[in-house]
Design a binder for this molecule. Structure first.
Ligand code: SF4
Length: 401
């Protein structure tokens, strides 16, 4: 298979490590990620528990692991503080081989970034920052319930660049209520002005229970139509290609050589260990997830147990389905041989069936190059519905219909 997936990748001694920092100052209006915005004085106790989890989890591996990447996400990891960052680094260095670490990323919100934290990041080997800007328009930031302004974005970017962080990624959101093609183009241009190496652009989702989804239900906000969202996505695709960025995953663009090495572990189905409340781990064809509560997380580790809430064993059919779902998110797509394995039909029969299923939409939504099937830009925009069609077809072919 050449979809980036190789069975030999499933058990390497090289580990991608994700740390979930579970605190935010205040929940944003659109956010349903797990984070807690109260009793932030628990951060130090959380770090003490995290140190134990790192020791316990790494000790359970029956080999001395090499760290390939570390990603501290959240939540708002800039609340972590310089001393706590150094504690986390020390515990990894004591229990794993740090010498071949390729990428060490921290996610930041563009407020509450101190020079002390910036120096600690440099000393600790952090070499990539992912900055959650979301928009360069104050009205849009207010709509999203973000705690920072555009001025703070600019100040933080200048601080990071001045300190020598050249590998910067910016997150932006499109489809924000009230956003127009013009304001979207302006936000994109401001990010480009900083010559960042990477951009993650997300379509706003109205997650159930969030303030924005309630406001939409009550018709209190000017919702952007799907047609305009498509124009925003297509505009970004064209504009960033012109500026030398590769659109390598639905929501991610990088300058050549700057695709996120850590996130590719997920898309390429490589193993990873997750630390912190609600973090997931995937190792030896087993996925497990931690308790989704800071207090429970701390209590479990005080009793010297791993804070695991549940697990599942990945069967071969489930593995294939997950590889399909992840692969179609990437420019490389999935190998036709994987699709043949999943359906049990010959290549020519498979292609014919796909063409019939998608009818006149075939060339608009997917293509085959070098024995890999990938989605077009429109196919990516309509990813969920296109994926459903693929899954239905695979089921039909498997059952001989
Ligand atoms: S800062 Fe990030 S994780 Fe925290 S509430 Fe906002 S979107 Fe969610």
């Amino acid at each position: 298979m050449n979809s980036g997936y190789n069975i030999a990748n499933l058990n390497p001694k090289s580990i991608a490590a994700y740390i979930h920092f579970p605190f935010c100052q205040r929940k944003c209006a659109y956010c349903d990620f797990y984070s807690e915005d109260h009793h932030l004085e628990r951060i130090d106790s959380w770090v003490a528990a995290l140190e134990k989890e790192i020791q316990l989890r790494l000790a359970k591996l029956n080999f001395y692991p090499k760290l390939s990447t570390i990603y501290i996400g959240g939540g708002s990891p800039n609340l972590l503080g310089a001393a706590n960052l150094k504690r986390i680094v020390r515990v990894f260095q004591a229990h794993a081989d740090w010498s071949s670490l390729d990428e060490f990323t921290i996610e930041f919100n563009p407020n509450y970034v101190t020079e002390e934290l910036v120096s600690a990041m440099l000393e600790s080997g952090v070499n990539r920052i992912s900055l959650g800007c979301q928009s360069f328009q104050n009205a849009e930031l207010a709509m999203l319930g973000r705690l920072h302004s555009t001025t703070e974005i600019e100040t933080t970017l200048q601080l990071l660049l001045h300190a020598g962080f050249a590998n910067l990624s910016i997150d932006l959101i499109y489809g924000i209520p009230g956003q127009t093609l013009q304001t979207w183009a302006h936000s994109l241009q401001r990010a480009l002005d900083y010559r960042v190496t990477h951009l993650s652009l997300y379509n706003l989702i109205y997650e159930k229970g969030t303030q924005l989804s309630k406001a939409r239900a009550a018709e209190r906000i000017p919702v952007v139509t799907e047609e305009v969202e498509w124009q925003m996505f297509a505009f970004a695709h064209e504009k960033l290609a012109d500026c030398g960025y590769e659109h390598y995953e639905i929501s991610n663009w990088g300058k050549p050589g700057y695709a996120s090495y850590h996130n590719q572990a997920y898309w390429q189905y490589r193993p990873y260990l997750g630390f912190g409340p609600a973090a997931h781990s995937f190792y030896n064809m087993r996925r497990s997830w931690n308790v989704r509560s800071v207090d429970q997380y701390i209590q479990r580790l005080q009793r010297k147990g791993l804070p695991i809430a549940g697990h599942e064993v990945i069967t071969p059919p489930k593995r294939d389905l997950e590889i399909l779902m992840l692969g179609l998110r990437t420019r490389n797509g999935v190998s036709c041989s994987l699709l043949q394995e999943m359906t049990g039909v010959e290549y020519a029969v498979l292609v014919k069936a796909l063409e019939q299923k998608f009818a006149e939409k075939t060339n608009e939504l997917w293509y085959i190059a070098e024995d890999n099937l990938s989605l077009t830009t429109l196919g990516w925009f309509l990813y969920n519905s296109v994926l459903d069609i693929f899954i239905d077809l695979i089921g039909e072919l498997k059952n001989g219909h």
